[in-house]
Design a protein around this ligand. Structure first.
Ligand code: ADP
Length: 403
């Protein structure tokens, strides 16, 4: 079965095509075709890049005609240098990453008019992402007809969080209005939890895990009985840890202060908190940890402060997740920072030494998922290469096989 994955974000659309036979493979397969549209890298220009084992396509297209750009992306599957299928009919199913599934969706689901209406309704909670996800679903309807489509929600893995973790202690009205902690990065946290249970040779339902997804966006999840019971992101992906350009949690009174004293509008606050804060905001250099660590080597004190805050908040939130679980069987690092920065992993784990959690001093991490704790560590610590697109493809396969 050929499965097309559509992963639409605020500034990009990533897609890939997997082929899965009658059984799920033991190892994550390479996709047959990968494509990316960058909507914002150049003003008014959409950059399309497609790669396959055989060829490559690069194009610059007018960004204002978005359906046309998505059509070009899809057509590269069956035409030109990047052709991997003879006919669009060969695509069995299309899986979409959908950021917000609200409280109703606990798992991935076949897209129906009702599901589309729910994604649309939830755009109020994810104004940048859900409309982009819906756009992808509608583009498939337009260009591929009535191929089955599946929605894989970022929020689903967290949807069974207990009320005590999910409900904010504001006015009770908020509960009725759906203002609560939803959590995000669920597909990544779920993949890492499944994968680490497999590597540990244990049943996921018996394990207490913390998964640290540290990329441009960062979140932790506390996992028990196979689902998330607490997480650092909240009503939106702004809550919790310090991130590349997002502040994470700040005292809400700061916003009231800025509105009253400096006349900030809602849009300006949104810009500051989401785009101008975090590693970028404090360092003034970059949202990319590699540039921050380089600047630290040259003695840049703001870069050093940015990393110090990042680490402090990571440790603090790790402590919170640990207490929500009341114990720990495995700790996982994933995402661009989690997979690549031994410095961040070491700093995050240092205070855990009093619990007997120790990292292997060499932390040799290959392209494979790796155990990085010392042999005498009380709890195992892992680097897992997250596979969100593969998880979406796997969900599609399971839904179709079982329907
Ligand atoms: P996204 O959240 O956009 O999917 P990624 O998970 O790919 O992002 O993470 C991107 C971030 O990972 C970069 O901004 C950078 O800070 C970090 N990163 C990538 N490679 C390295 C590395 N070798 N060392 C440290 N940080 C890295």
């Amino acid at each position: 079965m050929k499965i097309l994955v559509m992963n639409a974000g605020s500034s990009s659309q990533k897609s890939c095509l997997y082929e899965i036979g009658n059984a799920l493979p033991a190892k994550v397969p390479e996709p047959l075709w990968e494509a990316k549209i960058d909507w914002t890298h150049q003003p008014n220009v959409a950059e399309l890049k497609v790669t396959t084992g055989k060829g490559e396509l690069k194009a610059e297209l007018p960004a204002d005609d978005r359906p046309q750009v998505i059509q070009q992306l899809l057509q590269s599957l069956w035409t030109g240098e990047t052709q991997v299928i003879a006919d669009p009919q060969e695509i069995t199913v299309v899986g979409h990453r959908v950021v917000h599934g609200g409280q109703d969706y606990h798992s991935s689901i076949r897209i129906t008019p009702d599901v589309k209406a729910a994604i649309d309704r939830l755009s109020a909670l994810a104004p940048v992402h859900n409309p982009a996800n819906l756009e992808g679903i509608e583009a498939i309807e337009q260009f591929l007809g009535d191929v089955p489509q599946v929605a894989v929600f970022d929020t689903a893995f967290h949807a069974q969080m207990p009320d005590a973790a999910a409900i904010y202690p504001g006015e009770y009205d908020w509960v009725e209005k759906g203002i609560r902690r939803y959590g995000f990065h669920g597909t990544s946290h779920r993949y890492c939890a499944d994968r680490v249970a497999e590597l540990m040779g244990r049943n996921l339902n018996e394990l207490r895990l913390i998964t640290c997804h540290l990329g441009n966006g960062c979140s932790l999840a506390a996992i028990q009985n196979g689902h998330s019971i607490d997480t650092t992101m909240g009503f939106t992906p702004l809550d919790g840890l310090m991130m590349g350009t997002r502040s994470g949690s700040v005292d809400p009174s700061i916003l009231i202060y800025l509105m009253r004293q400096e006349g900030y509008t809602a849009d300006q606050l949104d810009q500051v908190l989401n785009k101008k804060s975090g590693l970028l905001g404090i360092s003034g250099i970059s949202n990319d940890l590699r540039s921050i660590t380089e600047a630290i080597e040259f003695g840049n004190t703001r870069a050093k402060l940015a990393l110090d805050i990042y680490i402090h908040r990571l440790r603090r939130e790790l402590g919170g997740m640990l207490m929500s679980l009341g114990g720990l069987d495995g700790l996982v690092f994933t995402g661009g920072v989690g997979e690549n920065s031994a410095r961040v992993r070491s700093a995050a784990c240092e205070p855990l030494s009093w619990l007997g959690i120790k990292l292997d001093p060499h932390q040799f991490v290959s392209r494979e998922d790796t155990l990085i704790s010392a042999p005498d560590s009380a709890t195992s610590v892992w680097v897992i290469h997250t596979q969100e697109d593969w998880t979406i493809a796997r969900d599609c396969w399971e839904i179709l096989v079982n329907s």
